[in-house]
Design a protein around this ligand. Structure first.
Ligand SMILES: *Cc1c(COP(=O)(O)O)cnc(C)c1O
Length: 247
C-alpha cells in the first residue's frame, strides 16, 4: 500500500526507478532533474521534501505559487511554473518562477516579454506541445511548433530551453511512449532551425504514471506529484480546466 509508506520511502523508490530507467538506455544520472509537483500540497509537506534533498518544485496555478513561494523563501527552493498561464497572471509567475514549461501561444510570449523587459529580467521557457492531439489538452499542435518557436525567438527576454508535453493518460505507461518519442523527434527537427535565443536541451516529460518510459525516451525533467505526495484532493480536471475525460 503506497499510502502507508513514508515520503522518504516513496522518494527512494522513485529515485531508484529513475536510476534503473537511465541505466536501461545508457544515460547518466546527471542528465535528469527530478521536479516534485506540489500543487495542493501545503508548505509543511514541501519542507519535508526539502529535508529529503529536493530543490525543484513545480506549481500549476499562479495563485498557489504566489501563496507558497514567500513562505518557502528561506529554503532557497527553485520553482518552475507548469500550468496553463493566463496573460493577466504573468506578474506573479515571473516574480517566483525561474522557468515556465507551458508557453503555448504568441500572445502569452508577448505578455511575458513585455513584463520581463519592464522588470529588466529574462525567463527560461519551454514550449508546451500537445503530442497526443487530444482536443482537451493545452499546448501547441506539433505541426505548429516551428512557427511558434520562430515567433518566440524574436522576444529578447525569453530563452527557449526546450519542449514540454503531457503524455496521454493510460493504465499502461507503454502507451505514452509514442508521445514522448514524438516530442524528442520534434525537438531534433526544431534544432535544425538554429534560431537565436533557442537552445532546446530540455525535454520536460513524464509524470507519476509514466516517468520511466519518458526517461527512456530522453526526458531531462520529470514532473512527479502523486507518487511522492500521495493522491490529491481534487481531480486533475481542476488543474487542466477542460473536458478531459481520461483522468
Ligand atoms: C499535476 C501535474 C503533474 C504531476 O502529476 P502526477 O500524476 O501527480 O505525478 C505533472 N505535470 C503537470 C503539468 C501537472 O499538472
Amino acid at each position: 500500500m503506497e499510502e502507508l509508506l513514508t515520503m522518504k520511502e516513496r522518494l527512494e523508490a522513485v529515485r531508484d526507478e529513475i536510476k534503473r530507467a537511465l541505466r536501461r538506455v545508457g544515460r547518466s544520472p546527471d542528465e535528469i532533474k527530478l521536479m516534485l509537483v506540489s500543487k495542493t500540497v501545503d508548505a509543511a509537506r514541501i519542507i519535508e521534501a526539502i529535508n529529503l534533498g529536493i530543490t525543484l518544485f513545480g506549481e500549476n496555478k499562479a495563485q498557489e505559487l504566489k501563496e507558497k513561494a514567500p513562505q518557502l523563501e528561506p529554503y532557497g527552493v527553485t520553482w518552475h511554473y507548469i500550468g496553463h498561464l493566463q496573460t493577466n497572471k504573468v506578474g506573479d509567475v515571473i516574480r517566483y518562477a525561474t522557468m515556465i514549461h507551458s508557453l503555448d501561444r504568441v500572445r502569452l510570449a508577448e505578455a511575458l516579454n513585455r513584463r520581463l523587459e519592464r522588470e529588466g529580467k529574462t525567463m527560461d521557457v519551454l514550449i508546451q506541445v500537445n503530442t497526443s492531439g487530444e482536443a482537451s489538452k493545452f499546448g501547441v499542435p506539433p505541426e505548429e511548433a516551428a512557427s511558434l518557436l520562430r515567433a518566440v525567438s524574436q522576444y529578447p527576454a525569453l530563452r527557449v530551453k526546450g519542449l514540454m508535453t503531457i503524455g496521454k493518460f493510460s493504465s499502461d505507461p507503454e502507451n505514452a511512449r509514442i508521445y514522448f518519442r514524438r516530442l524528442r523527434m520534434l525537438r531534433d527537427e526544431l534544432k535544425t532551425l538554429d534560431l537565436p535565443n533557442v537552445e532546446l536541451t530540455e525535454l520536460s516529460m513524464g509524470m507519476s504514471g509514466d516517468f520511466e518510459v519518458a526517461i527512456e525516451e530522453g526526458a531531462t525533467i520529470v514532473r512527479i506529484g502523486t507518487k511522492i505526495f500521495g493522491a490529491r484532493p481534487y481531480p486533475d480536471q481542476y488543474y487542466w480546466p477542460d473536458e478531459r475525460q481520461t483522468r
